[in-house]
Structures are given as C-alpha cells and as structure tokens.
Design a protein around this ligand. Structure first.
Ligand code: TXA
Ligand code: MG
Length: 339
C-alpha cells in the first residue's frame, strides 16, 4: 500500500477525511502524540488499525471526537463528576472512560462495557475529525511496542506501506499520551498517568485514586500489560547521583559496550558517555516529557549497545515520565546507599 503524505492545508485534510470515510487508516497529529485514526463505527476500518500496528486485539482504543457535545452519542450516561472533568480537561491530554452504549465497533472497546473518549487539543487533529464527520478510533501511531511518535517522520519510519496516509502537523507539544481516567464510579480513577496530572484532577474532583493496578504494576487498563515504548537498544534506568551514574557508564564501557545516555541539564553536561541526548532542563519536566520519546528513538539511528536514562521525581508530569521510562526499561539500577 502506498502511504500518502499530507500537509495541514484544508485541501489535504479534506482528502484525508475522504480516506477515512473510505474506511482507510490515516495518521494525524494531536497535542500528545500522533494518532492512527479510523472510523470508530466500522469494524473493517478499525481492524486495519490493529493489523497495521501489530496490536493485540484485547487492547481497546480511544475514540476521538471534535467537541464535548459529541460524547453523549457513545455513552449511557454522564455523571455530574464526569461532566466536571469534561468541562475542565477536554479538549486536552485527558481521556475519559464512561459506560459504552454500544455505538462504536466492538473491536474498539475490545469487548469491555466501557468506552474511552478524548478530544485532542490540536487544531489539525480536530479539523480532521470534523471534516471526516466521524468518531475516530486512534491509538498512538507507532508499531506496537515501540516509543510513541511525536513527529510525522516517526510515524513514517514505523508504518509506511501499512497505512493509507500521514498528515504532517510538525512536532507534538506534550510528548506523552493523555491521562486515562475511569469516571464510571463515584471517584475518578487514573488508569494511566499522562499530560494532565493527578494534582490537577484533584483540584477539580477532590478525591482521585490511582488504580491499584498502577500501584502494584498490574494493569486494569488492558494496554498497560504489554511491552511498550522500547528503543532498539536495551534501556537501563539509573537512580542515583552524578558519580553513581558515571560509574555505571564507565562499567558498561569497560565491558565493551558503546553507551548512550538520556538525561536532562545540568546532569547531561556533567557525564561522559559515547553518545548523549539532552532531553531539556531539570527545572521543567514538561520539557523532558516533550523530548522523551524523541530521545528514545534518537538512539535507533546510532550504534549504541545500551542506553542509560536519568530518573525523575514522581510529582506532576514526573509520574507520567517515570511510568513510560519504567515500561521502556529492561532494568532499574538503584543506588546502593549502604556502601
Ligand atoms: O494521547 C493519547 O491518548 C494518544 C493520542 C493518539 O490520542 N492515544 C493513545 O492511545 O495513547 P493508545 O491506544 O496508545 O492507548 C490507549 C490506552 C491503552 O492503555 C488502553 O488499554 C486504554 O487506553 N483504554 C482504552 N479504552 C479503554 C477502556 N474502555 N477501559 C480501560 N482502558 C482503556
Ligand atoms: Mg500507545
């Protein structure tokens, strides 16, 4: 299949919208990561997403709509709490889980009785949904298991020849996926940390729970159990200060490895490795979030044998960064404070 490249002009969006109405799959930009969209009400279209990504069938997809008045067409009810979350966080890097009324294709919800809905805060993404006049089922537009794409080039690298089109809207802003929140009960439950922080949700909803599964590392959100975000070389997380980090680099080098590091300023400048990727300033973790997947993919074009990554505090967007890094990593090296 030839993958057509589209710019963000109105004519291009209309052509891409036509492909979606022909039940084809098109990648598009959102403020979090690029999505791989298809008509959420058509089984054949949705099955092409799973095929293109190599995605396991039991991992449900998020339904993207262009404004909040569309949500009611896909759910049985919207509680007062859910409406409050919608009013505060949508459009935005926030996905709400509500009881499904069965209007979307069964494969979208992977047989669950709930449906995930998101409104991207991205002009091009929203314009595409509006032109298509369809709800779009859209996972991140990467091959299953790889880091999510934050540029059209990443999408192309993973999926060219496997999908009908890619709309290039430049680099995404947030850089990590949306926060997935189950709003079917009395208290919102975070199933996946993301662009909207727990603290922000608490301000609106009062009490917020992290799913027990997140804490225990046993997933409730089906997708959380699969390998994720993995760069080609093994990734090891380093908990520890500059000296400990340097010792780890040197020790891997002595074993004959070419070592890449991914770290923020100022640490990144203090370390000596073979190749380093600066993911922003330590003062602003939203910068680190925006650059994280780019950094993981950056090493795929190098010949490093191993990548060592800095770790971050779990507060704010740090929780989402650490969630993704932990999944991407093969090991977690903690500093032994007894020596
Ligand atoms: O920012 C994002 O959310 C991006 C952009 C493209 O919108 N999309 C994205 O989709 O990250 P995906 O498929 O890579 O991740 C969706 C997550 C998965 O962990 C999936 O298991 C969960 O949402 N999910 C979807 N529907 C669900 C449901 N009904 N109940 C629980 N979890 C659900
Ligand atoms: Mg994904």
């Amino acid at each position: 299949m030839k993958t057509e490249k589209f710019d963000a002009s109105k004519e291009s969006l209309i052509k891409a919208a036509q492909l979606l109405n022909d039940q084809e799959v098109v990648a598009f930009p959102t403020e979090t990561v690029y999505g791989l969209g298809a008509n959420a009400t058509n089984e054949a279209a949705v099955s092409k997403i799973f095929k293109a990504k190599g995605r396991p069938a039991d991992n449900p997809l998020i339904v993207h709509v262009h404004n909040s008045s569309q949500i009611k067409y896909y759910v049985t009810e919207i509680s007062t709490m859910a409406q409050m979350l919608i009013d505060h966080f949508m459009p935005g890097p926030f996905t709400i889980i509500l009881k499904s009324n069965g209007a979307v294709a069964k494969t979208v919800t992977a047989g669950l009785d709930t449906v995930a809905i998101r409104i991207p805060d991205h002009e091009i993404g929203r314009a595409l949904i509006e032109h298509a006049n369809l709800p779009l089922a859209a996972p991140s537009a990467n091959l299953s298991g790889k880091p999510s794409p934050t540029t059209a080039k990443h999408v192309y690298q993973d999926l060219h020849g496997r999908i009908a089109g890619i709309i290039d809207g430049g680099a995404t802003g947030v850089g990590l996926e949306s926060t997935v929140v189950d709003a079917t009960g009395d208290i919102p439950v975070i199933l996946r940390p993301g662009g909207v922080t727990k603290q922000q949700i608490e301000k609106v909803a009062g009490k917020v729970e992290l799913t027990g599964s997140l804490k225990e590392n046993k997933p409730k959100s089906p997708g959380m159990k699969y390998n994720h975000y993995e760069p080609d070389a093994p990734l090891v997380l380093i908990d520890g200060d500059q000296h400990y980090f340097q010792k780890q680099i040197t020790s891997y080098q002595q074993e004959g490895n070419k070592v890449g590091i991914i770290a923020s300023k100022p640490l990144v400048d203090q370390l000596r490795s073979d190749i380093s990727y600066n993911c922003g300033s330590n003062d602003d973790l939203s910068e680190v979030a925006a650059n994280l997947y780019y950094g993981l993919r950056y090493f795929n074009d190098t010949d490093v044998d191993i990548i060592l990554a800095e770790t971050y505090p779990q507060e704010g967007i740090g929780a989402a960064i650490m969630n993704r890094l932990t999944k991407a990593a093969t090991h977690h090296h903690s500093q032994n404070t007894n020596i």
